[in-house]
Design a protein around this ligand. Structure first.
Ligand code: KG4
Ligand code: ZN
Length: 345
């Protein structure tokens, strides 16, 4: 079975072709992977401009598809399903992706599989190699698990009994963690997307500044990062007034990352205290951060932890094509398999 997956929820245009063996042994091969980021388009505005994101998807989708066809020599008649990420995401960007896929599916008379973007981030941990054209097995996961999705748009804690049966435990009440890292980076004068640049700068510094760990003493699994960002802005202004900003930037970056990341760790620890689980799943763009990976591995060294491959942590078409397979195989109704609204176990 061949699936073509499309990702256009935010500022990455991704198209990937995955083949699954019909032997039910959950073996698959990534046949092609095309990804175009829009960083240059948005960086001058300091964040993503939804209408520009949509315009870029419109421009990039046919180009990437053309490249994919040339590379694989695939005839789209031989693709079984067209999967696309229906959201959550930026509405204008989602519309471009959906319209493109609907037109294509009509032309080739194929079925469309709408995939929830958040679940695709979770399912991505089942892939252990990002190599083209090699057969590989779907990774086995020990359930039940506590799952944490940390991206530019979301910070969500989920209890998974399995990948089909889950319950949302909590989420951010304001900014997502990735958004907060991007904003902190901007306060330090770093360009969008700031997360990776903040990571690099933080490596040169120490956690010398005190910042809050928001909501860690509350008896719930929600997050809030807006106050942390404001506290950071005030701190940076104070350091600037003392004419010490340039020399303190790396320490400030390090201190911000530490406060934000420790908050995540404390909340996951609370979930582990409450629920007896076998493993922890951490996924989404922010887990590209190697410092955070190390913190999780160190803090939860007695638990099994699953991360996606670094290159599959941020948005891409592989995650979408891959996740859709499980909806098809298990005859699940994709729209019903959604983290929002809360699914109860
Ligand atoms: O999952 P993703 O690609 O898009 C959404 O679904 O939102 O996540 C993008 C987010 C951005 O906020 C970006 O700054 C952050 O992931 N990110 C990082 C790193 N790489 C990407 N944050 C911290 N450290 C990184 N290395
Ligand atoms: Zn994402």
């Amino acid at each position: 079975m061949k699936i073509l997956g499309f990702e256009t929820t935010c500022d990455e245009t991704g198209i990937s072709l995955i083949e699954f063996k019909e032997n039910k042994k959950l073996e698959f091969k990534i046949l092609a992977h095309k990804l175009r980021t829009q960083v240059e388009v948005h960086s001058k505005y300091g964040g993503i401009v939804p209408i520009l994101a949509a315009r870029e998807h419109k421009k990039n989708l046919p180009i990437l598809l053309d490249n994919l066809i040339k590379e694989t020599k695939i005839n789209l008649k031989d693709v079984d399903y067209f999967a696309f990420s229906y959201g959550p995401g930026l509405p204008p960007a989602l519309v471009e992706g959906k319209e493109f896929v609907v037109r294509l599916a009509k032309r080739y008379d194929k079925k469309i599989i709408p995939v929830n973007h958040l679940l695709a981030h979770f399912y991505s941990i089942l892939i252990s190699k990002n190599k083209l054209n090699i057969w590989q097995k779907v990774r086995k996961i020990e359930f039940p698990a506590i799952g944490l999705l940390i991206s530019g748009g979301h910070t969500i804690l989920v209890h998974f009994e399995s990948f089909e049966k889950f319950k949302k435990l909590g989420e951010t009440l304001d900014d997502a963690i990735g958004e907060s890292l991007d904003k902190a980076a901007r306060i330090l004068g770093l360009e969008y997307p700031g997360g990776p640049k903040l990571e690099k700068l933080a490596k040169k510094g120490k956690p010398l500044f005190n910042l809050p760990r928001p909501m860690v003493n509350q008896a719930n699994f929600n997050f809030s990062f807006a106050g942390l960002k404001t506290a950071f802005w005030e701190l940076v202004e104070e350091v600037r007034r003392l004419n010490k900003l340039e020399e303190a930037k790396a320490d400030l970056a390090n201190s911000y990352q530490k406060a934000a990341f420790e908050t995540l760790i404390i909340k996951v620890k609370k979930a582990l205290d409450r629920y007896s689980v076998k493993s922890i799943i951490v996924t989404g763009g922010v887990i590209s951060n190697l410092t955070l990976r190390k913190m999780f591995l160190k803090f939860f060294k007695n638990k099994k932890i699953y991360f996606p491959l670094k290159e599959l942590s941020t948005d891409n078409g592989i995650n979408i094509a891959f996740a859709s397979y499980f909806f098809i195989e298990k005859a699940l109704e994709p729209e019903k398999l959604d983290i929002n609204p809360i699914t109860t176990i």
